[in-house]
Design a protein around this ligand. Sequence first.
Ligand code: HL5
Ligand code: SIN
Ligand code: MN
Length: 270
Amino acid sequence: MRLNEEQVGLFRDQGFLLMESVFDEKEVEALREAFRRDSLIPGEQRIMEERGDTARAVYSSHRRQPEFAALVRSSRLLGPAHQLLHEDLYLYQFKVNAKPPFTGDLWAWHQDYLAWKIADNLPAPRLLNVGLYLDDVTEFNGPLIFIPGSHRNGLVSEGRGRERRSEQHLDPDDIRLSESEMAALVREHGMQSPKCRAGSVVFFDPEVVHGSAPNMSPFPRKLLIATYNHVANQPRPLKEPRPEYLICRDTRPLRMADEPLDSLAGGGAK
Ligand code: HL5
Ligand code: SIN
Ligand code: MN
């Protein structure tokens, strides 16, 4: 899969690019099944919603489920990533933000690179997020919202709030933009929120401002995010590095490989 010049231009300009229906129904169902399996496994990698007995986010599923291990090498993710960022990329982080029906809480307005600069001392924003929607996304189930073009001036501010919403990951709440910062950005750039079928993919810049509202609908909104990093941009933790479920240790460049996602059937890696 290759992006055309217009798509690359749009990504550079907006800081995100939506590609609809990249994965078909059968593939998405296989990924949803892999996530159902993975979200039953207790451990630090699973972050629960404060309300209800549901997962808010699950990290590093690619280490436990063969479908996700295959997915991160897929040419449909890595091909465009090579074009938009660099040929030599490794997987920095893998997560699924589950946003369950009724109880799925908001993700505060933030820029990802600030989190990784603070928590991992990552030298530069030479990363790319690839979001894969595992459910249909509508105005009802808490869609991801972007401030288009907000990546172009780098980090808006560098602070971190005093609260720690989570001991597991760095929740965007801890680095959320202030109301006045957001008001100014939205005045200048507006807001955009892709609505699309499950199986669609959104590429987004580590500095584009984004967030999402709570899910008060009866529909789930699972969003898988694979973050690729340039191999020359490795974190330089000042203290203990964060656990491997958050920050991948294998920094060898990934080679593309296309395995059928819907015939792995949960394989052996449980
Ligand atoms: N939760 C992530 C981490 O690395 C950071 C956030 O959306 C990415 C800001 O702990
Ligand atoms: C979301 O899942 O809506 C937020 C994505 C993120 O910032 O991780
Ligand atoms: Mn984010």
